[in-house]
Design a protein around this ligand. Structure first.
Ligand code: GLN
Length: 482
């Protein structure tokens, strides 16, 4: 096995047993990036000098006999909407093309503290808006399983980098599926933690009531290792909380699984449905009890999400005005009020019109419209009421069952360009993921099979703060496949 193919656990063992050094491991990953990334384009920035310097420090510690954390000396990739001090952070947008992060996100602080090594920043749909990676202002990432297909989005680069061994593990962010859907499309593990489980400080905001940072990894155990480091209350994010419910099952026979009947109605690719149903059957064979449940408001989750998310995004993105930071088309002389060559509004229009891509502009317009005085009640308020009903549906089913199983996506990874002309069909890719963000629940996507060598993802959903149970169930499934 090549060094870059290792998972976190295996790499940690190799480092501790001095089979190889962190420098060798990091070098192997950097060489893999060099070789693979010209075709896949998972990275926007690679930081070899910083990574190798850090690796040498870890190696010196190991040589001194230090006890090291399982993530120490492990090459990690970070989605390019999470700030890492001194490194460019573009959010996949022209408007932040040359923006250098002035501080570390809390998750980065925590990962650095345990000695993880950042090898680079990964590609994404602009401001994390998208399901295919094609909204990146730079160029789209390709799916390592088939270079003509999309890797999913918006954490496209993170999922593709893990799947093509261009890092050992990665961080993504998930507002409506952006960790789980690309993980599903690339055949890797992706966790969207419970809302509030992980600090959002230093994550470039898209929709603040939905955004969460989470791990993308090769195994479920690895996702647990990363999550354990990044989770917890942070004084810099008032929505973060310290909670780790230990609701583990002593054995799988005690596990009650619910399958929402609304999931397998129209819209799902029948081949994907078959693979997901076979995965569910596997749980039955392992001894779990499986029952059909109903989430009656699930069919309204996309409509509600695509009002709430653009509304919040339109407010969050107001800060890119060409004056405070980032790309600008505002006349520099504008600072002088006697200058009549350009008015302020004109500067905003030019900056935002040229700096933002089409999808970002579309969502800003949708959000601004939904929040406007005349339409607020009809759209935004209504969407929030539907959100409350969706949450209630989940609360009800979780009084009788422990976890829910759903497909991660309704289709296989689609071809590049296939849906770019039709935003509504693109939005349908998120049909199984957005409700989990609306309800603030944790969701774990794990690979459950392949169709024509293209991966299919299974989503395991739990009550708030039941990540431990999700890992336990995910591991049982993973092991049953080996
Ligand atoms: N694909 C969804 C969207 O475009 C989810 C994005 C995300 O989770 N960041 O909104």
């Amino acid at each position: 096995m090549k060094l870059f193919e290792l998972n976190i656990e295996e790499a940690h063992q190799g480092l501790v047993e001095k089979e190889f050094t962190s420098e060798e491991l990091t070098q192997a990953v950097l060489e893999q990036i060099e070789k693979k990334d010209k075709d896949i384009f998972a990275y926007l920035t690679v930081t070899p000098e910083l990574a190798l310097k850090k690796a040498k420090e870890i190696d010196a510690g190991i040589a001194r006999g230090d006890q090291i954390h399982p993530l120490a000396g492990i090459p990690l990739a970070v989605k390019d909407n999470i700030l890492a001090e001194g490194i460019k952070c573009t959010a996949g947008s022209k408007i932040l093309e040359n923006y250098i992060a002035p501080y570390n996100a809390t998750v980065i602080e925590k990962l650095k503290e345990v000695g993880a090594i950042i090898v680079g920043k990964t590609n994404l749909d602009e401001f994390a808006m998208g399901s295919s990676g094609e909204n990146s202002a730079l160029r789209p990432t390709k799916n390592p399983y088939d270079l003509e297909r999309v890797p999913g989005g918006s954490s496209s680069g993170s999922a593709a980098a893990v799947a093509s061994n261009q890092c050992i593990c990665a961080l993504g962010s998930d507002t409506g599926g952006s960790i789980r859907q690309p993980a599903g499309f690339c055949g890797v593990i992706g966790l969207k933690p419970t809302y509030g489980a992980v600090s959002r400080y230093g994550l470039i905001a898209m929709a603040s009531s939905l955004d969460q940072i989470g791990p993308v990894t090769k195994t479920v155990k690895d996702a647990k290792i990363v999550f354990e480091v990044i989770r917890g209350k942070d004084p810099l994010d008032s929505t973060s909380v310290e909670s780790n419910v230990q609701n583990l099952k002593s054995n799988i026979q005690n596990l009650r699984i619910g399958i929402p009947k609304e999931c397998f109605s129209e819209g799902i690719d029948r081949k994907v449905e078959k693979v997901v149903k076979e995965a569910i059957d596997k749980f039955v064979k392992l001894g779990a009890s499986v029952e059909e449940v109903s989430l009656p408001h699930l069919p309204y989750s996309l409509a509600s999400y695509y009002i709430i998310m653009p509304s919040e995004a339109s407010a969050n993105l107001a800060r890119y005005d060409g004056i405070r930071f980032g790309f600008t088309k505002t006349n520099p002389k504008f600072q002088n009020p006697s200058n009549k060559t350009q008015n302020l509004i004109d500067g905003y229009f030019k900056t935002r019109g040229e700096g933002f891509g089409e999808e970002v502009r579309r969502r800003i317009m949708l959000g601004t419209y939904a929040l406007s005085a005349g339409y607020y009640e009809a759209y935004y308020l209504k969407a929030q009421k539907v959100r409350a009903l969706i949450k209630e549906d989940f609360n009800k089913v979780f009084s009788k069952i422990d976890i829910l199983l759903m497909p991660t996506s309704p289709t296989l990874p689609f071809k590049l360009g296939e849906k770019t002309k039709d935003p509504l069909s693109m939005y349908l890719s998120d049909i199984y993921t957005v409700s989990i963000n609306l309800a603030g629940l944790p969701g774990l996507s794990i690979p459950c099979g392949k169709i024509n060598n293209l991966p299919v993802g299974l989503q395991i959903i739990g009550k708030p703060f039941s990540e431990e149970l999700l890992f336990q169930v995910g591991q049982i499934f993973e092991q049953s496949n080996t």
